[in-house]
Ligand binder design. Structure first.
Ligand SMILES: [Fe+2]
Length: 386
């Protein structure tokens, strides 16, 4: 989604005869928004859509049909209360949901044993802890802690972990995009954008191509929260080359270049990715508002059109007390939100913040699921009592 790439061998023109080692290849067009948006074309040695068998696996164990918001309150969730184990895709749990996004949390300890694909949406995974790589027919994306990892909707892939990982996944049910104000009409990232093309970690083409990755032939697909398994007839990574703009990437959150105003700028300046009905923002260490008399701490605000999820990564979050690394808070529309008692005044005269956090704002109510209720800290709402 960032820019166009080419890997491996591709024909002079798509949709024409292209032989490798004297054998005809099979084209696989991976398109977005029907045929009206970005796309990548892969050339496989064998037809990519042939299967040996199909199996219904039932509901994803971490899927929740609906959430409920219960009494209106500010809520706090502790990621370390969620049990660890399993693989990134199959063992994660849906914490918050609305028609536009799902927010999943996983504390994985194992690599994905099969290929997986999410037909329910694009995935933007924030890696709080852990490192490894995501393999697909488009190549290998290495990742580390504090990276976002983007995987396009329905792309077969697998997560290979170096050790335990804490992963927060935004499942965008419309494409996750670079906000349009960050691009010039010709498509290049603007000089005003908070990142450059080179900040995005592209898929690496391994020696011998993705065929050398020895991909499993079993593919599990999530669709409507249900899982189906397919045994593929051929190596799903038998791609000799590809070209296009749909590809997975990693983006280190610290590559986000923050802006600071003489006096406080709205949180919009932290917007990193956006889809229909949601934005994902990055709060990174920065110099704070510097005019005489400026109040660096965010002003209390009512955003009656938004619910706000904050995931705390590192540092001392200037506006909140009682939250730590791995905390998630949900501040629903209907209640004004802002700094904890005392923090607004204390911020006056400060010069820097070392906070590192991910914020997800949605324009439809984001409802906690029963899995969220299992890891909730019920004291948070009363922490706002003066
Ligand atoms: Fe807010």
């Amino acid at each position: 989604m960032i820019h166009r790439l080419t890997r491996g061998e591709i024909p002079k023109k798509p949709h024409t005869v292209f032989e490798v080692d004297g054998t005809l290849t099979f084209e696989h067009c991976f398109t977005r928004m029907g045929f009206e948006s970005i796309y990548s074309i892969m050339w496989h040695r064998e037809p990519p859509h042939w299967v040996e068998s199909a199996e219904d696996l039932g509901r994803h164990p971490g899927w929740a049909e609906v959430g409920t918001n219960g009494p209106l309150r500010r809520s706090h969730y502790l990621s370390d209360r969620q049990g660890a184990g399993g693989s990134p895709f199959l063992a994660r749990r849906l914490l918050f949901t609305n028609p536009d996004i799902g927010v999943w949390l996983g504390r994985a300890t194992e690599s994905e044993p099969t290929l997986v694909a999410n037909a329910d949406g694009d995935e933007l995974v924030f890696v709080h802890e852990g490192s490894g790589r995501v393999e697909s027919a488009l190549g290998v994306v290495p990742f580390s802690a504090q990276d976002y990892v983007y995987v396009p909707q329905s792309l077969p892939h697998r997560w290979l972990l170096d050790g335990p990982a804490l992963l927060l996944t935004v499942e965008g049910r419309s494409p996750v995009r670079v906000p349009k104000q960050y691009r010039v009409p010709e498509g290049q990232l603007s000089m005003y954008a908070p990142y450059t093309h080179h900040d995005f970690v592209e898929p690496q083409w391994p020696d011998g191509g993705p065929e050398s990755l020895d991909a499993p032939h079993r593919l599990i697909i999530q669709n409507g929260g249900m899982l189906s398994a397919f045994e593929l007839s051929h190596d799903p990574f038998d791609v000799v080359g590809w070209d296009g703009q749909v590809w997975p990437f990693a983006f280190p959150i610290r590559a986000f270049q923050p802006k600071t105003g003489a006096i406080h700028l709205p949180p919009t300046i932290h917007t990193t990715f956006a889809g229909d009905g949601y934005v994902v923002c990055s709060f990174v260490p920065r110099v704070v508002d510097f005019a005489d008399g400026a109040i660096p701490c965010p002003y209390p605000h009512s955003s009656p059109d938004c619910d706000e999820v904050l995931f705390y990564v590192e540092g001392n979050f200037t506006s909140r007390r009682g939250v730590g690394a791995g905390s998630l808070t949900l501040h629903p529309r209907g209640l004004p939100h802002g700094p904890h008692p005392g923090t607004y005044e204390a911020s006056i005269g400060t010069e820097r913040t070392d906070e590192l956090a991910v914020m997800i704002d949605t324009f439809k109510p984001l409802l906690p699921t029963p899995f969220a209720a299992e890891i909730e800290d019920l004291n948070y709402n009363t922490s706002w009592v003066r």
